[in-house]
Design a protein around this ligand. Sequence first.
Ligand SMILES: NC(=O)C1=CN([C@@H]2O[C@H](COP(=O)(O)OP(=O)(O)OC[C@H]3O[C@@H](n4cnc5c(N)ncnc54)[C@H](OP(=O)(O)O)[C@@H]3O)[C@@H](O)[C@H]2O)C=CC1
Ligand SMILES: O=C(O)C1=N[C@H](C(=O)O)C[C@H](O)C1
Length: 270
Amino acid sequence: MHDLPGIVITGAAGRMGQTLIKAVSDSDAMRLIGVLERPGHAWIGQDIGVAMGGAEMGITVGDDPLEAFASAQAVIDFTAPVATVAHAAIAAQARIVHVIGTTGMDEAELAKIAAAARHATIIRAGNMTLGVNLLTLLTKKVAEALDEDFDIEIVEAHHHHKVDAPSGTALMLGEAAAAGRGVALEDVSDRGRDGISGARKRGNIGFHAIRGGDIAGEHDVIFAAPGERIVLRHIATDRSIFARGALRAALWGQGRDPGEYDMLDVLGLN
Ligand SMILES: NC(=O)C1=CN([C@@H]2O[C@H](COP(=O)(O)OP(=O)(O)OC[C@H]3O[C@@H](n4cnc5c(N)ncnc54)[C@H](OP(=O)(O)O)[C@@H]3O)[C@@H](O)[C@H]2O)C=CC1
Ligand SMILES: O=C(O)C1=N[C@H](C(=O)O)C[C@H](O)C1
């Protein structure tokens, strides 16, 4: 018998997968009991420590979430929308905590996650860091205090491998700004200006994505008015900050009722 919660990491070969595996292995509050990759991936069947270029860890990379989740207390999932939706249904069957960092999900995929949350404890956030979650609260507060003389623009920068835009974090910040203004983000969201796109519409919230090099993640919320500008900024310099939040969420979720939670719940900031 083990007292510490058993954790499965999906997307084991990914940037976040490897960061999470290291973080769970280093933690004395949980134990790594399984790591998964997509069927057919070159790492399947290898020891995860060796596959990551280090010492043996005694855990073989698998491709069967059903089997891995059956003996786990939580799965931490930073993969891709299609994979995460499939994992959510299996985690719900297994009645385990599902921590979701995956971004870029569409409305239909989010509805499936919500359905799974009827049976599973799901903690999902486009950004798991304390800093960004605090920044959403500040953004809401500033947006509440200012009128539409202040144009809101959200600028995000990420590494050149990132596949989704705007980033999950940018959308969280946009939601916070819209909430502060008392409007729905979908009614004011302004994305992808190009060519003669016309003068900026008062009250809109603009999104801009920079992709390049190895940028871990940078977000600015700009409030620009004639003669002055307020800029709220978060800079991630190390992926371990995302992992730290995800591990905290996996522990926080133990024994919680099924439902969909976010990092503000975990951090006690809601
Ligand atoms: N919420 C947060 O705080 C953060 C969220 N993210 C998000 O996490 C996600 C992953 O980011 P990152 O690690 O950089 O991306 P990577 O592409 O490096 O990693 C994703 C991994 O998931 C694997 N994968 C895809 N499908 C499956 C599957 N069906 N089963 C198991 N594994 C699968 C991929 O395999 P393959 O390469 O073969 O496709 C890959 O190894 C993104 O959505 C990103 O935006 C990232 C950082 C922080
Ligand atoms: O893909 C990434 O790398 C990141 N994704 C998240 C997002 O979409 O906001 C969080 C972080 O910015 C890194």
